[in-house]
Ligand binder design. Structure first.
Ligand code: ATP
Ligand code: MG
Length: 403
């Protein structure tokens, strides 16, 4: 037996000329999600929604998968009938019979105004028949627990008793590609997730500093990228940069309190170079205003000066508690709190500057040899991994040899 799952687009409907592109992207993303059910799903598009016709036994699995896809506003499992009042009545009664809820309300909408009855007439005709058929049902228009909705469309009628809320946002891929600086902490996976929510494909960049950081810290980062993969593009990249050589040079800046600020500026320069080479349009961080010394507005200003790409900070205005709530929702929290430190947490100076000045930051950099080391790091110390079909594969670089 077949069942119909109705998908509502929400915000997509606002997008004028781009609408079609958005819907196609959404369908492509859904198809990828439902790859293993390929032969059991049919896609039926109409003006404002999409219906999946699926085998009855996979309905629950499909609904669960759809709840991880950005660009879907809500989902309903619907009974589809002919545009005929008896058929509609029969379907409403069937749904009411299956439910054990008793406070009943009927709603009707006509998308197709040429249908012979108005919505009020439909309700007045159908409701008494339902009440007669099911004895213990009572009408409660103010506080129903069983709300059955009838929607008359151009070619058929949809009838359903629940709207399952979904992730909303925009389909991943419609907003281009971003590079998320992923640290292993709580905030950056959440920032990545929120950027995906607005339709951005997210690649990742992590800085490690062996031997000060170990394999476990690195493993954690792979795990976090993997956990957010259920919301991301089918395929994405994780760059791992060995930052140790630069870090050692940073130990020589005259004013130690600027160390984190300068480190952040180096992160941005490296991220910019990767962005330039890989058609990346924005850089994402998990910074939250005022959370720590390096996240004051003055620090943000001094850091921004090193980036020609926009730096997106989706959790800038979030409190830690709000970030934690999302990290639990996306299931990254437990991994994030594992006690393996990344580069930053290990090198926080005793008194990090909270109001860095641009010229002082530049003076710190002028006192060290960062330029050559930065180029060397970019050339030699970045490994690239591709995530596909649930696992990471290292991309082998082609090494040019001179004749
Ligand atoms: P998180 O919980 O994401 O680690 P945090 O509150 O600990 O954030 P910081 O350690 O100050 O904040 O880092 C701020 C942001 O800088 C991070 O959210 C992340 O985007 C980036 N970042 C910090 N350390 C690294 C790293 N080792 N590799 C990549 N990005 C990093
Ligand atoms: Mg951190």
């Amino acid at each position: 037996m077949k069942k119909n799952i109705l998908i509502r687009y929400g915000e997509l409907t606002l997008k004028g000329g781009n609408r079609n592109v958005f819907i196609q992207k959404l369908i492509q993303n859904i198809k990828f999600k439902l790859k293993r059910y390929k032969d059991q799903v049919q896609y039926i598009r109409d003006n404002n929604s999409l219906t999946l016709e699926v085998d009855a036994e996979i309905v629950d699995h499909v609904v669960a998968e759809l709840q991880t896809v950005f660009g879907i506003y809500s989902i309903s499992v619907v009974e589809k009938t002919k545009k005929d009042i008896d058929a509609i009545t029969k379907a409403v009664i069937e749904i009411a019979k299956k439910s054990n809820k008793k406070r009943f309300k009927l709603e009707a909408t006509r998308k197709d105004k040429s249908f012979a009855m108005t919505s009020t007439e439909m309700k007045q005709t159908i409701a008494p028949k339902v009440l007669r058929e099911i004895g213990d049902l009572i009408v409660d228009v103010h506080n129903p627990d069983l709300k059955i909705e009838i929607v008359v469309k151009k070619d058929h009628v949809d009838i359903f008793d629940s709207r399952i809320s979904a992730l909303k946002g925009l389909p991943v891929g419609v907003s281009g590609k971003g590079l998320s600086l992923l640290s292993g902490g709580i905030d950056s996976p959440v920032a990545s997730f929120l950027t995906m929510k607005r339709g951005m494909h997210v690649d990742f960049l992590h800085f490690m500093t062996p031997p000060h950081t170990n394999e476990k810290a690195l493993h954690k980062v792979f795990e976090l990228a993997k956990k957010t993969s259920r919301y991301n593009s089918n395929q994405f990249k994780l760059y791992v940069c060995n930052f140790t050589m630069l870090l050692e040079e940073l130990n020589h800046i005259p004013d130690e309190s600027y160390k984190i600020t300068i480190m952040r500026r180096m992160f941005m320069r490296i991220a910019n170079e990767l962005a330039r080479k890989n058609k990346i349009k924005g850089i994402i961080t998990g910074e939250s205003l005022g959370q720590v010394a390096s996240q004051t507005i003055d620090s943000i200003n001094v850091i921004n000066a090193t980036s020609i790409y926009p730096i997106l900070r989706p959790v800038l205005t979030y409190d830690k508690e709000e970030i934690i709530e999302i990290s639990k929702f996306i299931n990254t929290y437990e991994t994030s709190i594992l006690p393996f430190d990344d580069a930053c947490s290990l090198f926080v100076p005793k008194n990090p500057v909270t109001k860095p000045k641009m010229w002082v930051a530049e003076a710190q950099e002028n006192a060290i040899m960062w330029n050559e080391i930065l180029d060397y790091t970019i050339e030699n110390f970045i490994e690239e991994f591709v995530f596909k079909d649930g696992e990471f594969t290292k991309v082998e670089k082609i090494i040019k040899t001179e004749e």
